[in-house]
Design a protein around this ligand. Structure first.
Ligand code: B1M
Length: 215
C-alpha cells in the first residue's frame, strides 16, 4: 500500500510494528497535524463504523486506539507551536463514566501548543473533581469531553451543578465529543447554564472558541 493508505490501515488493523518509521517518512511529506487529521482520524472513523456495525470486536478497537495514541505521541514534538503563552488556563476532563480520551488529548495538545495552560485531569472525572481543579488552578474555563450518549446526560447534570454553585458568571464551558451535536449543546444545554456554553466540533474549533472567550 502507498504510505498514507498504509498508515490509515495501521490504525484500523491496530498494527504497531514499524509505525514510527512510517510516521517519520510521512513527516517528510506532510505536517504532523495534517497526518493526524487526514490520515489517522480517518482510520479511527473506520474503526468506529466497524465497531458500530458489529464487524469489529472491542479488544481490536482497543488495539487501534493504542496505535492511534502511540502515533499522536510520536507526532506531537513535530507539531507547530505558537510563540504566544499565558493566554489562560483551562481544566479539561472526560466526564464521569466515560473512558474515551483520544479526542480530549488532542484538544490538550492543540491548546497547549497555542499558548494555553491545560490542566488535563484524565478520564471518568466527576464534576466535584473538575470544579476543585478549576478553583485550585484559577481556571478561566472548563472543558468537558464525552463520547457516550450517557455522557451528554452527565454534562447536563454537571452544568446544573455549576449553575447551583453560582459559577456561571466566571466559568465558561467548552464541550466536545462524538456523542454531542451542536444543536443539543446550543439549545438544550445552554438552557441549563446561565454562563457561556460552547460546542466544539474538533480541537481547532476548541482553540477558536477559547480565543474568543479570552478576548
Ligand atoms: Co468506544 N464507543 N466504547 N471505545 N469508541 C464509541 C464512542 C461508540 C460511538 C462506538 C460505536 O458504537 N460506533 C460507542 C458509543 C455509543 C453510544 O454511546 N451510543 C462506544 C461504546 C459503546 C463503547 C463501550 C461502551 C463498549 C463496551 O464496553 N461494550 C466502552 C465504553 C467504556 C466507557 O467509557 N465506560 C467503549 C470503550 C472504548 C475503548 C476503550 C475500546 C476505546 C477508547 C480508548 C481511548 O479513548 N483511550 C474506544 C474507541 C476508540 C471508540 C471509537 C471507535 C473511537 C473514538 C475516538 O477516539 N475517536 C468510538 C467511535 C466514534 O467516536 N464514532 C467509540 C477519535 C477522536 C479523535 O475523536 O474523541 O470524537 P473524538 O474527538 C474529536 C471531537 O469529538 C472533538 O475533537 C476531536 C477531533 O479533533 N472533541 C472535543 C472531543 N472532545 C472534545 C472536547 C472539547 C472540544 C472538542 O472541548 C472540551
Amino acid at each position: 500500500l502507498p504510505l498514507f493508505e498504509r498508515l490509515e490501515r495501521r490504525i484500523v488493523d491496530g498494527e504497531r510494528p514499524g509505525l514510527e518509521a512510517d510516521l517519520d517518512l510521512a513527516l517528510t511529506e506532510r505536517p504532523a497535524l495534517e497526518i493526524i487529521n487526514d490520515t489517522l482520524l480517518a482510520g479511527m472513523k473506520t474503526v468506529g463504523e466497524l465497531f458500530g456495525s458489529g464487524q469489529m470486536q472491542l479488544p481490536f478497537v482497543l488495539q487501534s486506539a493504542e496505535v492511534m495514541k502511540a502515533a499522536v505521541a510520536h507526532l506531537e514534538p513535530h507539531m507547530e507551536k505558537s510563540d504566544s503563552e499565558g493566554k489562560g488556563t483551562i481544566v479539561l476532563a472526560t466526564v464521569k463514566g466515560d473512558v474515551h480520551d483520544i479526542g480530549k488529548n488532542l484538544v490538550d495538545i492543540i491548546l497547549s501548543n497555542n499558548g494555553y495552560t491545560v490542566v488535563n485531569l484524565g478520564i471518568k472525572q466527576p464534576i466535584s473533581t473538575i470544579l476543585s481543579a478549576a478553583e485550585e488552578h484559577h481556571a478561566h474555563a472548563v472543558g468537558m469531553s464525552g463520547l457516550l450518549v450517557k455522557s451528554t446526560v452527565i454534562m447536563k447534570e454537571n452544568l446544573q451543578e455549576m449553575n447551583s454553585r453560582g459559577l456561571a458568571a466566571r466559568l465558561p464551558v467548552l464541550l466536545g465529543g462524538a456523542a454531542l451535536t451542536r444543536s443539543y449543546v446550543e439549545n438544550d444545554l445552554s438552557d441549563v447554564y446561565d454562563g457561556r456554553v460552547s460546542y466544539a466540533r474538533d480541537a481547532f474549533e476548541g482553540l477558536r472558541l477559547m480565543d474568543a472567550t479570552m478576548a
